[in-house]
Write a protein that binds this ligand. Structure first.
Ligand code: ADP
Ligand code: ZN
Ligand code: MG
Length: 479
């Protein structure tokens, strides 16, 4: 059969449903700890999250506040009244037999995230997580309900993404926003941030039949699974076949998506309002209070930095990735007003030492002090790196480290001249090489001076002295 469509005219359409675990201390409807990672199985449970008959849910106000933060950061319209619904399904990870979610009246609607291309957000709603099943090698399935009832927000995009790469960029930016807000750890490997990706291809402007891909637990997986699915769907259409709406599973090992089940419709879940929970009311005062508490978000920070500091895009991207690093950078620039210098030193030296962005153990004051000592010629760059590392590890003040360890740069001319003269006398071959035109010998001799001074010679002065002596054909007197 001839190909009915040209590959070029095929359009890719993607919409993501993202689940983000909120960093509250307790679960969404009970006072059990929500920090289940690594806890002994079923240690964080109570009659409410175990689904015991008669146990009643009580909504966690902090979870609502976090969800509001996310919704407002995503420019959503917050509904003054939203409701909780029961989503019914039977599976052992859910002892109640239903998940409490929001359905026809979600917390917030009609938002957007700019990549800078504007991706519309359809809705942000609150729901509880389900437990975890562990399928053992002996064929037994164990149930751990520590995660049952942990608060999630679901963020549903409109089908505005037009490539697998764009979908990844959207996920990355969403993660940054949630981390800046402090409402989600954004850890995809641990499952704190999860994504179901809906994708269709179509030869015209109408939306094609979509598949939903599950089991995407890294940014790489999101992009790779979507790329695979674009390819698979195109091929079927190009062969003249048709697609079925279904849920597919990403298989990391084979690099393919596999059919999982035909797509369930919302009717299948028999949603109905949860009679145990009153409607959630968010008045203007609450909404405005949360709005005022929002930090500067990544996109705004990047734009301001481009204006204010005139840094290259690359530097801005690296330094604004994590909010504590961005704030650290700005604190250092306040004390040492040379943004590009600070950027270089932070990117090369600080980020090398920092394991967790929240654990920067050298103060901005001390970091700035090192840069001041370099620019004043008190220490050279090699020594500066060492001082930063030591101050990072011990918390000691850089000027004290330099004093105690005698790391001051040797700039004193007579002292340097003496060392240079000795190095020349000890290396007659390199001296002869230079004089016969091998300029590289200068570098070697400079290295010898550095070695002789334990790296403390002022590099510029050393070079000046060396070339002055060598070019004048002076035989240096032996000291
Ligand atoms: P369903 O009712 O099947 O759950 P929704 O309309 O609720 O579908 O959309 C779920 C997600 O799928 C949303 O993120 C949406 O942007 C996306 N989506 C909807 N239709 C398509 C399509 N034809 N192609 C790709 N994504 C789509
Ligand atoms: Zn509980
Ligand atoms: Mg849906």
């Amino acid at each position: 059969m001839p190909c009915p469509y040209s590959v070029k005219t095929m359009r890719t359409v993607i919409g993501l449903e993202v689940h983000a675990q909120l960093l509250t201390k307790t679960k969404l409807f009970c006072s059990c700890s929500a920090d289940y990672f690594g806890a002994p199985p079923n240690a964080h449970t109570c009659p409410v999250c175990l689904g015991m008959p008669g146990a009643l849910p009580v909504l966690n106000e902090r979870a609502v506040e976090y969800a509001l933060k996310a919704a407002l950061a995503l420019h959503c319209e917050v509904l003054s009244r939203s409701t909780f619904a029961r989503k019914n399904y039977f599976y052992p990870d859910l002892p109640k037999g239903y998940q409490i979610s929001q359905f026809d009246e979600p917390l917030a609607v009609n938002g957007s995230l700019d990549l800078p291309k504007r991706i519309r957000i359809r809705r942000v709603h609150l729901e509880e997580d389900a437990g975890k099943l562990l399928h053992t090698e002996t064929g037994v399935t164990l149930v751990d309900l520590n995660r049952a009832g942990v608060p999630l927000i679901e963020i549903v995009s409109e089908p505005d993404l037009s490539s697998p790469e764009e979908a990844r960029l959207y996920m990355e930016e969403l993660r940054r926003v949630l981390r800046y807000l402090g409402v989600c750890s954004g850890d995809m490997e641990e499952g704190s941030l999860r994504c179901d990706a809906n994708i269709s291809v179509s030869p015209d402007t109408a939306l094609g039949t979509k598949t939903e891909i599950k089991n995407l637990n890294s940014f790489k997986a999101v992009e790779a699974a979507l790329a695979y699915e674009v390819h698979r769907q195109r091929e079927i259409l190009e062969r003249g076949g048709s697609l079925t709406q279904e849920t597919r599973l990403w298989n990391e090992k084979t690099g393919q998506t596999e059919p999982m089940r035909s797509k369930e419709e919302s009717e299948d879940y028999r949603y109905f309002p949860d009679p145990d929970l009153v409607p959630l009311q968010v008045d203007d005062a609450w909404r405005e209070k949360v709005q005022k508490s929002l930090p500067e978000l990544p996109a705004a920070k990047r734009a301001r930095w481009a204006q204010e500091y005139k840094l290259p895009e690359y530097d801005i991207a690296v330094l604004t990735e994590e909010r504590p690093i961005a704030e650290y950078f700005e604190a250092v620039v306040k004390l040492y007003n040379s943004p590009k210098d600070v950027s270089n030193w932070v990117m090369s030296e600080l980020l090398r030492l920092v394991k967790e962005p929240t654990e920067i153990t050298i103060t901005p004051e001390h970091f700035a002090q090192v840069l001041q000592m370099v620019s004043a010629g008190q220490i050279n760059r090699t020594v500066a790196k060492e001082v930063i590392e030591e101050s990072f590890k011990t918390g000691k003040a850089p000027d004290e480290i330099v004093r105690q360890r005698g790391l001051e740069q040797i700039s004193d001319e007579s002292m340097l001249a003496e060392i240079v003269a000795r190095v020349l006398a000890e290396n007659p071959k390199a001296v002869a090489d230079f004089r016969s035109g091998k300029e590289a010998a200068l570098g070697f001799l400079q290295g010898q001076v550095m070695k002789a001074t334990g790296g403390q010679a002022n590099p510029k002065k050393t070079r000046e002295l060396l070339s002055w002596l060598l070019n004048r054909d002076l035989t240096p007197p032996l000291p």
